[in-house]
Design a protein around this ligand. Sequence first.
Ligand SMILES: Nc1ncnc2c1ncn2[C@@H]1O[C@H](COP(=O)(O)OP(=O)(O)OP(=O)(O)O)[C@@H](O)[C@H]1O
Ligand SMILES: [Mg+2]
Length: 337
Amino acid sequence: MLLLIELTGVSKVYQSKDSVVHALRDIDLKVEKGEIFGIIGHSGAGKSTLLRCVNLLEKPTSGTVKVGDVVMTGLSEKELQERRKKIGMIFQHFNLLSTATVRENIAFPLKISKYPKKAIKQRVDELLELVGLAEHGDKYPAQLSGGQKQRVGIARALANDPDVLLSDEATSALDPQTTDSILELLLDINRKLGITILLITHEMHVIRAICDRVAVMEQGRIIESGEVLDVFLNPQHATTKEFVSQVSEELDTEILRSKAEGRIVRIHYMGEMAYEPILYETVRATDATFVILQGTVSRMKETPYGQLIVELRGSQEDTDQIIERLRSRGLEVNIIL
Ligand SMILES: Nc1ncnc2c1ncn2[C@@H]1O[C@H](COP(=O)(O)OP(=O)(O)OP(=O)(O)O)[C@@H](O)[C@H]1O
Ligand SMILES: [Mg+2]
């Protein structure tokens, strides 16, 4: 796999007369070409600072930042301006020019890049089409919904055909339905244009919907990272567990404990795996029985993902054997009670 973004030992200290803030502490981060990488963390964790260090809008206090073959931290201001054209960025509050039309907003970076006039019109048409705003080119931002404004922001970010798109809470100001449509657009752009996306968010829903890998930030550090599925199934750090629980079905373990006669396990499955026959066959081979207490199906990126809460009734030996066999058939099994 090709690395597209590489941060090594990046720290950022904000120093003023009477305060010192360590916004980033010794960050190492590698983002592969073509992936959607998410960074999640609470407010103040350092996410925006980290993102802005990628295109050097923020200068790291120490460490190196590489994007593609270019060591960003070694560039002059002029060289940086050139390189930044190939790094698109979108924002929570869209940052559109309110006195300019949608077309003019999208054309803005092209004018700066000295695109020929004719080519600008054609490029803007293409971009409007891509983000689904073909009908709205002559409107002003105030005439658009939040989701449409973000589409303009995305079109503008893509104007110069970047290889990277940085997204700072791009869906945080949007309602859930609009959020999903923007996430779908980002996924589409990633697939169709092969653009690598580095996004930050405080919502696990966003990570689950479109990211391949995730890093969790706290107090300027990356405390956990990995494939999204692995982090979902096996969160290590308390903060990660808390984020994962944002999107997991809440289980009332007290109620389960009072009702249950046997052992309660949570079985996760991915893709088209038919878990019920596997469970049935596995349990049938013993003297135990089972009851399904709860089942949910959702999606992780585009793969179906489900969990089943099952009570296994039988001897310790039988239930141990069931759990072991389910695991050996590739199912993730967590013992809850
Ligand atoms: N220009 C600045 N000067 C001084 N301190 C700053 C500056 N920018 C950020 N900070 C501090 O650095 C820390 C990290 O801020 P940052 O904006 O990166 O967090 P964040 O994770 O993006 O938070 P949020 O989710 O609220 O956007 C915070 O303590 C913040 O107050
Ligand atoms: Mg921020």
